[in-house]
Design a protein around this ligand. Structure first.
Ligand code: GLU
Length: 414
């Protein structure tokens, strides 16, 4: 059963109906272009061989090379990777990037392996998928549980086979090795920007607004940090996969990050109440930011939610039926394909800088990113008003118009 993919299609189809999408274009967009499954051996530290399963799916490449991250997680499967690739096509189009969409993953729990094992797994996986990878074909990047170290190994593996350094084959690399200023925090910066814009639409200032954030990985941490330090918001609740913490007067996020680094968890953070992820979702806050995994907001949670706005830091955190409940409750949902697009947008800047061998200052990265987030937010808002629909459907309409234009102009080969 392709539950996640089917649920994603149901959201897309709402837009297809409203915009009166050409059924031929709809058919094309409902099917991913390429799905690669690789099973490969890696020698473990104890000398034994273990077999891993990895994926790379390219959903659509009408507007340019495929783009999207690679995740390492015990629950990675083809349905998930395919759906994430589908979302990437629309995310890139929403932002006006000259890319199609892709995603990859390896089914593994990274906490169970040594750094050296992760390096060998990463290199072998990248070598296996390299038949469809390349700076003008498909450009991977970080996602859940992957980081700039892993991107360096990918880049090195590809470069060893090419015989020269191909910096532009992956993004999210370290600064000094083809990486861009501002890439690590880019998704969080984008989330913070659209949170501010969404609050303005509800006639509320971001400064002092109460925010709860689910997930404390790259997206959760940087969203919290930027909202707290630069936007003066009050982050009253935070959580990771083990549970959450609550303090009605707000957290000092730098201190929480340090606590998590030393204790490996948020639980028992001083002067805070330990709460469950479910309790956190029922809090009375201005904004709730899901920044963990898919399907965290189901019908049941949606019914209990009291937030005024939901900003989807994660990909696909709200199920299609929960989406309807939130709409009935007049909760404004800023959809993933806009809200977390800051990461891929700065990935695009990184790729452009690598191709030109000319690097930008941090201010240029951040300002251009914020301008682009605001432009797309406003374009989506206009469509939302014009069609009297929700922001997600409006975002799909915007993205689909752009991809459909490409499909129609290029025609169907042969
Ligand atoms: N993994 C991120 C996402 O889901 C970033 C992808 C990229 O930078 O290519 O959007």
């Amino acid at each position: 059963m392709e539950e996640l993919y089917e649920s994603a299609l149901r959201k897309f189809r709402k837009a297809a109906v409203i915009m009166n999408l050409d059924p031929n274009v709809q058919k094309i967009l409902e099917h991913p272009k390429r799905q690669l499954i690789v099973e490969f051996p890696v020698v473990m530290d104890n000398g034994l061989v273990e077999i891993f399963t990895g994926y790379r799916v390219q959903h659509n490449v009408t507007l340019g090379p495929a783009k999207g991250g690679i995740r390492y997680h015990k629950d990675v499967n083809l349905d998930e990777v395919k759906t994430l690739a589908f979302w990437m096509s629309f995310k890139c189009a929403v932002m006006g990037l000259p890319y199609g969409g892709a995603k990859g993953g390896i089914k593994l729990d990274p906490s169970k392996y040594s750094i050296k094992e992760i390096e060998r797994i990463s290199r072998r996986y990248f070598s296996e998928i390299s038949v469809i990878i390349g700076p003008d074909r498909d450009i991977p990047a970080p996602d859940v549980n992957t980081n700039s170290d892993i991107m360096s190994w990918y880049m090195d593996t590809y470069s060893m086979h090419a015989g020269y350094s191909v910096l532009e084959v992956v993004t999210g690399k370290p600064i000094g090795l083809g990486g861009s200023e501002g890439r690590t925090e880019a998704t969080g910066r984008g989330v913070a920007k659209v949170t501010e814009l969404a609050l303005q639409k509800r006639n509320q200032k971001i400064s002092g607004s109460k925010i709860a954030i689910e997930g404390f990985g790259n997206v959760g941490q940087y969203s919290a940090l930027i909202l707290f330090k630069e936007k003066n918001a009050k982050i009253v609740a935070l959580s990771d996969s083990k549970g959450g913490i609550y303090n009605s007067s707000g957290f000092d996020i730098e201190d929480v990050i340090n606590y998590k680094k030393t204790h490996g968890t948020l639980s028992n953070y001083p002067n805070a109440e330990n709460i469950s992820n479910d309790e956190m979702k029922a809090l009375e806050v201005d904004v709730f930011i899901p920044a963990a995994l898919e399907n965290s907001i189901t019908d049941e949670t949606a019914k209990k939610m009291k937030a005024k706005i939901i900003v989807e830091g994660a990909n696909g955190p709200v199920t299609d039926t929960a989406d309807e409940i939130l709409k009935q409750k007049d909760i404004l949902v800023v959809p993933d394909i806009l809200a977390n697009a800051g990461g891929v947008t700065v990935s695009y800047f990184e790729w452009v800088q690598d191709l030109q061998s000319f690097f930008w200052k941090k201010e240029q990265v951040n300002t251009t990113l914020e301008e682009m987030m605001e432009r797309s937010f406003n374009e989506i808002w206009d469509i939302k008003e014009r069609y009297s629909t929700d922001m997600r459907t409006a975002a799909y309409i915007l993205a689909t118009q752009k991809i459909a234009f490409g499909i129609e102009k290029r025609g169907i080969y042969p």
